[in-house]
Write a protein that binds this ligand. Structure first.
Ligand SMILES: *Cc1c(COP(=O)(O)O)cnc(C)c1O
Length: 398
């Protein structure tokens, strides 16, 4: 046995994929897998989508990278399109979700700084949140399991219990700069924050001169049936972090903001070598071409409703295995009673990829091109997986 070359940071499943089509992946084990994880909500249009492939093939034959020292027309165009489709007036591009959140945090603090409040640096976040793995975003997320062993957490984050507006209110002080929240917690287990709480957060921010930051790294790029989740919630943030699906599989992150919120981010305050390079922004534009096609997001909402109903039926027929279904659009969690790892493993044995999340939840984050027939097939596989888990626990010695 040779020593492994890679950091031991992942418990990898021993299968790899080198081709796929739409919602299907072909495994190195010779099997076909129905992909209801989309690489953690990244492959928004599935695998080898013809429009993405064509656009990227053209781009690869040209210049790949020039850095942000120069103009990048594809980046300017993607920024203009995001501005046209959202509340935002300014966009900063980066490579990942954690970086998008870092940019959001810095933007919020700079806003307070240039508006005569250099003391306002603290950001209120929610328990159970996940904002990434940089030193800043693990402090923002506040999860002890991600902070342990990495020294003093970055200062400046105050955490309120999930969905508790009174606690948020109590945490607001003279040093508060912003409130930062995922409209639906993804890694936390597909836990939606209620509309009322989000609306009250907006009101509190307006009242106290704070900025409202939405982490839409997982909920964005059409995942919940609108381009961004805030658009169906009736609550508009000042700053929004996006990544995952917006590049359709190419690393791309973005921090969106109003002109006012972004006013402190002047030359020299922030930057990135790769962020928003030509290839990444060709991918981003190609994804947007499809998401903005007439009827595409409407279809995501319909397929999402169908999936939730079908999964609710599945929960009813396996009450010892599953507990409840929650989520929005094609961001769906099935909270389990049996250990979620048993269910995701049994699902994979049936040829189905689903992803575990917090609160013992199995996540379904299919490519947004998934059809009702694909969902039916996934539910049938989950049904067989649940039956297998039931059989195993019945056979186990008591
Ligand atoms: C995945 C995720 C992140 C981190 O994104 P990376 O690209 O892994 O840095 C941040 N916030 C949310 C809500 C996420 O789901």
């Amino acid at each position: 046995m040779t020593e492994p070359a890679l950091f031991a940071t992942y418990n990898r499943i021993p299968v790899s994929f080198d081709s796929g089509e739409g919602v299907w992946l072909h495994g190195s084990d010779g099997r076909r897998y129905l992909d209801m994880g989309a690489g953690i909500a990244v492959s928004a249009l599935g695998h080898q989508h013809p429009h993405l492939v064509a656009e990227m093939q053209k781009a690869v034959a040209g210049v790949w990278h020039t850095s942000n020292l120069f103009e990048i027309p594809e980046q300017a165009r993607l920024g203009e399109r995001l501005v046209a489709e959202t509340f935002a007036e300014r966009v900063f591009f980066c490579n990942s979700g954690a970086e998008a959140n870092e940019a959001a945090i810095k933007t919020a603090r700079r806003y307070q700084f240039i508006n005569g409040h250099p003391e306002r640096t603290r950001i209120i976040t929610m328990a159970g949140a996940f904002h990434g793995r940089t030193l800043g975003t693990i402090a923002a997320g506040g999860s002890p399991k991600y902070l342990e062993g990495f020294g003093e957490p970055l200062a400046g984050f105050d955490q309120a219990p999930y969905d508790d507006i009174e606690a948020v209110k109590a945490l607001i002080g003279p040093e508060t700069a912003a409130i930062m929240v995922e409209p639906i917690q993804g890694e936390g287990g597909i836990r939606p924050v209620s509309r009322e709480v989000l609306a009250e957060m907006r009101a509190l921010c307006d009242e106290h001169g704070l900025l409202l930051v939405f982490d839409e790294v997982q909920t964005g790029a059409g995942r919940t049936g609108t381009l961004f989740a805030y658009q169906s919630l009736g609550v508009t943030p000042d700053i929004l972090a996006a990544a995952k699906g917006i590049g359709g599989g190419f690393p791309l992150g973005a921090c969106l903001a109003t002109a006012d919120a972004a006013a402190g981010m002047v030359p020299g305050t922030h930057g990135t070598t790769y962020g928003g390079n030509r290839l990444a922004c060709v991918a981003g534009n190609a994804v947007l071409d499809v998401l903005l096609e007439d009827g595409f997001l409407e279809k995501v909402r319909q397929t999402g409703l169908y999936a939730k109903q079908a999964l609710a039926g599945l929960v009813d027929s396996h009450p010892d295995i599953f507990e409840t279904v929650r989520g929005e659009g094609l961001m769906i969690g099935v909270k389990c009673r049996a250990p979620v790892a048993d269910i995701t493993n049994a699902a994979r044995a049936e040829g189905l990829l689903v992803i575990p999340a917090g609160e013992n939840t199995a996540r379904l984050l299919p490519p947004l091109v998934a059809t009702e027939a694909d969902i039916r097939e996934a539910v049938a596989m989950l049904d067989r997986a649940a039956t297998a888990v039931e059989a195993k626990s019945a056979a186990a010695p008591q």
